[in-house]
Design a protein around this ligand. Sequence first.
Ligand code: ATP
Length: 477
Amino acid sequence: MSQPPIKLLLVDDEDDYRHSCMKYMERKGHIVQGAASGAQAMMLLERDTFDVAVLDIDMPGMNGLELMQRICEAKLNLEVVFLTGHGSIETAVSAMKLGACDYLTKPCSLGDLEHRCLLARDRNHLRKENIQLKELVSRSTPKQTLVGESAVMRDVMRMIEKVAPTGKPVLIEGESGTGKEVVARSIQERSLLADKPFVTINCAALPENLVESELFGHQKGSFTGASSEKLGLFEIADGGTLFIDEIGELPLSLQPKLLRVLEDGSLRRIGSHRERKVKVRIIAATNRDLTQAVKEGTFREDLFYRINVFSLMLPPLRQREGDVGLLVDHLLPQGWSIEPDARDVLMRYPWPGNVRQLINVIERATILADHHEITLDDLPTEIAHPTGLHDVVCDDQRGETDGTGHARFVVGSPDVKVDDLVKTHVLEVLSKEKGNKARTARKLGIHRRKLYRLLERYTQPSCADETQTSESESILN
Ligand SMILES: Nc1ncnc2c1ncn2[C@@H]1O[C@H](COP(=O)(O)OP(=O)(O)OP(=O)(O)O)[C@@H](O)[C@H]1O
């Protein structure tokens, strides 16, 4: 048999007929289970997955139509072919309305039954492929270019070219925002799996209990809220690449399950006894030191060696000489320019949040700038005036000032409170904008009403610390 076998469930209370159908189908190489009643069929459907179910309509107890209804309610991904007796065409029509894909009138030839089941199986595969594609489209992001010509980034690109076609697992290490996902995509685009799915999961972005069902899928009813069967990302990525971001956050309890897929490609959905096989290339990323995590016992050593076949260290932006300028040009919208002074400060800034922070700063600046040109005034103060020392106007309540109403403190010092920083920044921008509150609010990226509330508080020395802090926090959030 050239085609893959059908996973078939045959439900008929007539033992002889069921047995001869099963024998025939098995001889043809299909994987068949039989049930003599609707209740028995439901038990098998809960335990296993099938491509096609053949249901006899006339059965004592739960008849075929009722069983079909239960299958619909359970949102099981399988096709149903009905068997009807003579003269029950109306019933067959009702079955088709419920979602059955075909029906046959008994007695029918076994060859015909197999042919209809093959068609139903193909339809089932198309349906699954459709779910898989929808999932992929919803997760896909536009193609991104890896910008950078510094020596360190040239090294990275060389390694990408080397490792991409090997199909081996890759571990990408680097600070947050350095472009680990962009690198993972570059590897996939240069690999032999370029036209196959590229699926991503961020272990840190999901609550612990959801990571398992996202990665491995679940059967309907396997836990509260599992209202239908769900394909895991491994199944969705089957034949392609799975990018596991922040793998260091993968719960210890799930690590053996991941190790198994990496070792022999086998996995089980939550609530299923059935072993499934997948073939997926893993690219993992982390901004944590995994060797340290192994020492601390939060990451399994065997899993670490499995994913760390080839590791690639992505340098932080501050170590990529000349790349900030290239990235700025790449990020500026068409028709925009940047003043040389503003470009200079961007190139000198250390970018603790890496490329992601640079993107945010450029985006913010294009909102604030006039005439399609970014100036120093459109950049955040800590970037435009990176002194570390802030010379600010504030009150004397905490004895921070030098008596002239100007306070000096070092940003980053453990003695400096968040509230003080916010207050300082707000008053500094207000003073730069010569008291113009509308412009100040715009520069701060907050609503004018919020600025009024803050100024009211900051110019009232008696205000409670607690209120100030919560207001500051809401700005920062
Ligand atoms: N070299 C680069 N060229 C162009 N864009 C880049 C580059 N590096 C990063 N980016 C962009 O920066 C943003 C952050 O990149 P990405 O999400 O890949 O970082 P990350 O290291 O995976 O971050 P995290 O660890 O927080 O998940 C993305 O919008 C990405 O397109």
